[in-house]
Design a protein around this ligand. Structure first.
Ligand code: MF3
Ligand code: CO
Length: 263
């Protein structure tokens, strides 16, 4: 069942997403050779709590941390640990919070120091794939138009799309209907309507799209161990059109967001 949100609810979901965006932006400055991924996790949790939110992933189906830190061939759900980043790595950070009962969810892939031109290209392609998908998130389209736009673009760049993980509705819960696959034929699935809030999250690979889950039962890696990148935002179809809720608004202080919760 798809839960449509009114404008007040979308505003509340946006506040949670602004906290996610702020944390992901702050984490960018910590991405350096030598930093342990558990330090990123500790920082993300601390900052979310300071801003009045609670990490959404911790304890979700038993996930043991607040942040997902997926390095190189790791696609998603990498568990923070004492592993240190190395120059030339790429790291996907996926973060979610709940604030006043509303969920935010976003992910980004960052380079660690200088990376190869191929690594830069896969990072850019995941981001651009998100925007290609977002372009189809408007009234008159169907969910799989998003999927098709993402797959077509990613494959045109010589990369593949991961099949085992999908985007999703989000807002009252972390994962709501509908599922938003990153591949498929256009013109299928639910119609896109005002009030829909979706996390669109392409995960792509340099090699083929087969996935393996590591012994920790969370970390998803490419079977061929080729590089993978992830990019995700939460977006809403509002009366003024489609808006990304997890894009950091630099003009608006988090303090003012926090105060507006009680306005
Ligand atoms: N953004 C990821 C998703 O939507 C977050 C995974 S949540 C976890 O699936 F708790 F399972 F890690
Ligand atoms: Co998500």
């Amino acid at each position: 069942m798809i839960i449509y949100k009114n404008e007040d609810e979308i505003r509340a979901i946006r506040r949670s997403n602004q906290i996610v965006a702020k944390v992901l932006d702050e984490l960018r400055t910590m991405i350096k050779p030598g930093v342990q991924t558990k330090k990123l996790d500790e920082y993300a949790e601390k900052r979310a709590r300071e801003m009045g939110a609670v990490p959404a992933f911790k304890g979700y189906r038993g996930y043991p941390a607040s942040l997902c830190t997926s390095i190189n061939e790791e696609i998603v759900h990498g568990i923070p640990s004492s592993r240190a980043l190395h120059e030339g790595d790429i790291i996907s950070l996926d973060f979610g919070v709940v604030c006043d009962g509303y969920y935010g969810d976003a992910a980004v892939t960052y380079p660690v120091g200088e990376v190869t031109s191929e690594a830069k290209k896969i990072i850019e392609t995941a981001k651009e794939a998100f925007y290609k998908g977002l372009g189809q998130m408007r009234e008159g389209c169907r969910i799989s138009d998003i999927s098709f736009a993402i797959q077509s673009y990613v494959e045109s760049q010589g990369f593949s799309v991961i099949r085992s993980f999908v985007g999703h509705g989000v807002g009252f819960f972390l994962h709501e209907d509908p599922q938003v696959p990153n591949f498929g034929q256009p013109g299928r699935g639910p119609k896109i309507k005002r009030g829909m809030v979706l996390a669109i999250e392409p995960m792509i690979a340099m090699g083929d799209w087969n996935v393996e889950i590591l012994a920790d039962s969370w970390t998803a890696v490419t079977k061929d161990r080729s590089l993978s990148a992830h990019y995700e935002h939460t977006a809403a179809v509002t009366q003024e059109g489609t808006k990304i809720l997890s894009l950091l608004d630099e003009k608006e202080s988090l303090q003012s967001l926090k105060e507006s919760r009680y306005a």
